[in-house]
Unconditional design. Sequence first.
Length: 354
Amino acid sequence: MRIHRLQRRPGLATVTPESPEDLWTLRRIISPDDILTGDTSRVIKENKDFARPDKGERIRVRLSIEVEKVKLDSSIDRLRVSGKILEVSENFVTRSSRHSFTLSLGKTFAIRKDVFPDFHMSLLKKSSSPVDRIIIIALDRREAGIGKVVGTHLKIFPTIDSGLGGKLYSTTNVSIQSYLARITNSLKTIFEKGVKIVCVGPGEVKRALANFIEEADKEISREVVVIDGLDVTGEDGVFTSLRSKALREIMQETTLARAQELLATAIGRISQDDTRVTFSVKESNEASSVGSVESLLVSSRIFETGNEEQVVELLNSVEKFGGKTVLVDNSTDAGKQLESLGGVVALLRYPRLR
């Protein structure tokens, strides 16, 4: 998350969320009675004799609202905040009426409080650290699947078909070069400095792509890594590569790898009848209230199926007692596995009483 301005008293934070994890952090920070300011749009209806009542002009305005409700929609990466309008940049919008902000990735806004608690300051500062990112390309001569991992979120981009035939069909070098160029152009639209690019797939096309990128863009080329031994391509190839030992070694310091490791530990404790693990919000809250939770894993789907306020309270409680929290997006295998376990898994410092 980009933090443009941050002060504790009087509390002011101007921020731009850049990942789903940032929206989850903001859900824990924005509270009723806070003041939220940002750019938005309002529909202004015409007061004419023959104007249609269901039509109007959408106008860009800058509003400040007093927060009443906060709701996270993790399925489409947005945070909805509603409340009473306090300040407005245009005269045609009535103060004291109500408005809902839709906070999404890349949208800048300001939060005002009387004072930011130390815990909120810590959350904001932690979220300003760089988020783990890695790009995966699973390709052969027929198709290329592209995925980008940001934190624990996996975004899949449209598969690129080469239009080339198989081994029995004669193809020209120009056709292959055109295919590699299309992959490279797509890559340029999602590449960020310092982000690793992993190329996997059967045969030598992945190395041909690495060589093509080296000629086309030296900066991107420095981040390209080729991995052998993974023979699945397209979208399935992206998911399969995330399960591979070779890619896990590259990603071993990332949030997703940490989530996978904690899940493996939880499942190991289950198999050994080790009581240092819980699988519900209620049990995890009980353990957290006595400082027992060492690590907490929460699925993004829990915000849709569970009590959102209880989940926020649990996350905050765990961190206040020095525990670690990991929010795992449902777009990855780790997120789906966590959801199958109930959406909440807590690893405890000491055994739970039966």
